[in-house]
Design a protein around this ligand. Sequence first.
Ligand code: HEC
Ligand code: HEC
Length: 279
Amino acid sequence: MSRGELLTIRNYCEIMNGIITPVQMEGLRLLLTPFPQEEFNQTEDRKVAAQSLGVTCLDCHANFNTNPAFHLTPDVRPQAARFRLDTTSLRGLFNQQIHGSKRTLRSVEDFTEFEQRTAYFNGDHVSATRKGVNLPDRTNQVAMMAQMQNIIDFPPAPKLDPFGRLDPALASEQELAGERVFMGKGRCAQCHVPQTSFMDNNMHDLKLERTDRCRHSGPGVRSRRSARHRRQVRSLRPKRVLQPLARRGLLVFARPALETTCLRAFSPWNKEGPALLGR
Ligand code: HEC
Ligand code: HEC
């Protein structure tokens, strides 16, 4: 739909004219409008040399995907315990029931409203007020921003059938072998359910504190404290991680996230775990 271009405040209107409704268009405008944020604002306390208008939602969620910046979780103190959160892709949001990896916000509206209030300012309402927080109006703005986000589907996956399983006529031998591990001894499908876009819309305690040096939700994070939090199962669809390869007994996906999050988490209590990790 975006003709392969990055949507910005300058081009969105021309690109989307006649394709989306006026309400969605207004939502998109707001998603592309900069609002002040902790590091990007007009006060002397900011990251950049020049005063800044702020950031837009789609700066991070570029084209409703991810750019893929991270920020520190706003809702944990002391500072040293704040772990990183990857910017999630918003692809597939039309079907997602809970939002945010830890807090299970129940609607896109809630997430949209609170993102600027808390996440933008590290969960500090005083800083937010001082730096010019934008509090979008629930009925006139938040609802429209949510309507725009709610039409975002997953990218097409032509090799998957309606049950989320590989079509043997289209998939390669390697992919089919990967799927067998995914469905079978890897036990991945118990949470990443193929029929429901590889999510189960549930929170799980991955018991990451059992693995030493486990990385959690982003590069370079080691936090026993955070590891105990329940996490929301992420859909594997936006990441195109569905071409698992069985190589040397080790599952290799499109992104190292896989090895760091789930395989590490499961190796202690999954009999096959060490084998999956190639150990
Ligand atoms: C600085 C980068 C950044 C900006 C700017 C940003 N987000 Fe996010 N967004 C994130 C991160 C990081 C997460 C993951 C939070 C988590 O895991 O708890 C997220 C998660 C979300 C989610 C939940 C998605 C899911 O799969 O659970 C929604 C919805 C969302 N953002 C909407 C917005 C909206 C609307 C705006 C603008 C008001 C916005 N974001 C601006 C980084 C950003
Ligand atoms: C007990 C439930 C559960 C099982 C079983 C499970 N996962 Fe996960 N998976 C999760 C949760 C929860 C997250 C989100 C972790 C986080 O946010 O830190 C996740 C995240 C992921 C991610 C990162 C997705 C992203 O968007 O960053 C990948 C890749 C993944 N899992 C693959 C697998 C594979 C492969 C298996 C099988 C070896 C597996 N998972 C088994 C619950 C599970």
